[in-house]
Design a protein around this ligand. Structure first.
Ligand code: NAD
Length: 312
């Protein structure tokens, strides 16, 4: 059996759809299940309402469903984590400890975890470049908890031989995301414009943020999960996606949706946390070890986004 924590979220529900297409019947564990997100696959998934911060709910689920693979996506995103670091500690840090312990005790064969390039963020004055040698020294609570989880997973692999693997996503863009996080403005530039609503961007026009479409993001998890163990050397893989400034992104949206009303009003708090963003990400370990490639460029992304919103 396959378990997805955060299984009714933006990426989790897409991953669930892909697993159902493969003939699986995944268990979706979520503290606030969004039934609308999984409506098309209702009946083909099992929904468990549970809190990652509550170890017994995690243990019970893993034991009851005889889980063999866990995709661990549940957690609090960037802005909510900084607004309530105590909750982020319980959910992201402790919650991941619970997932790893459940995996160890109940013989789970593989765990795929979703980390973030926010584990690098330092509010730098110039856009950062990321490769395997870049120091991870996050200054926001989200990045701090995610880096802890990466390291904890590596420790469980070394100490208990648990098959832990992870990706570090750039910003993931998709329709219908509800949780506001630092770089959510990219998806909302598209979504508000399609809905003919004005949108105010909270970073400066020259902020560079790499992004990836949610369908690619979910596909990466399947590819990483399925990669043979002998190919897994780096274990935690940064994914690159497409890198544009917020201004260039807005221009592309305007080209597709000429009625778009996008303006910029930087929020000093977010600007302080994000700095100028990221200019380059080396994702060659993912490419070389398990054949990673993105399939959605920005034009294809915006078209698919429009189609998906129309279908809702
Ligand atoms: N969206 C992005 O840009 C992005 C970027 C980097 C990494 N990630 C990571 O990818 C994962 C999925 O992100 P997403 O965009 O689908 O976010 P999302 O907010 O749509 O989904 C997260 C899900 O986790 C659930 N959740 C929150 N607290 C929980 C708890 N205590 N117990 C159980 N479930 C809980 C939420 O209800 C939600 O359904 C997250 O771990 C996130 O940190 C996302």
């Amino acid at each position: 059996m396959i378990l997805i924590t955060g299984g009714t979220g933006l990426i989790g529900s897409q991953l669930a759809r892909m697993l159902v297409e493969r003939g699986e019947e995944p268990v979706l564990f979520d503290v606030a299940p969004d039934m609308a997100a999984v409506k098309p696959i209702a009946g083909k998934v099992k929904i468990v309402r549970g809190d990652l911060a509550n170890w017994s709910e995690v243990f019970n689920t893993v034991k009851e469903f005889k889980v063999k693979s866990i995709y661990h996506l549940g957690g609090m995103l960037s802005l909510p984590s900084d607004a309530n670091p105590w909750a982020a500690y319980r959910v992201n840090a402790n919650g991941t400890m619970h997932v790893l312990e459940a995996a160890r005790l109940f013989d789970v064969e593989r765990i795929v975890f979703t980390s973030t390039i926010a584990t690098y963020a330092r509010g730098a004055e110039t856009p950062m470049r990321i490769d395997e040698a870049t120091v991870q020294r996050p200054e926001n609570m989200y990045g701090v908890t995610k880096l802890f989880c990466e390291l904890l997973g590596r420790f469980y692999h070394k100490k208990f031989n648990l098959d832990f693997r992870a990706v570090r996503y750039p910003t993931v863009i998709g329709p219908g995301a509800k949780t506001k996080h630092m770089t959510q403005y990219l998806a909302w530039m598209i979504e508000y414009s399609i809905q003919n609503k004005p949108f105010e961007v909270w970073v400066e026009e020259d902020t560079m943020v790499p992004c990836i479409y949610y369908k690619d993001a979910a596909r990466a998890l399947l590819m990483l999960h399925d990669a043979p163990s002998q190919e897994i050397k780096t274990r935690v893989y940064t994914l690159a996606g497409i890198t544009l400034t917020a201004g260039e992104f807005a221009e592309t949206v305007r080209r597709h949706i000429p009625s778009a009303k996008i303006t910029f009003k930087p929020d000093p708090e977010v600007v302080k946390m994000m700095g100028k963003g990221f200019s380059y990400i080396d994702d060659s370990p993912a490419r070389n070890e398990w054949g990673w490639r993105t399939t959605y460029d920005l034009d294809k992304m915006i078209k698919d986004f429009q189609r998906s919103l129309e279908q809702r």
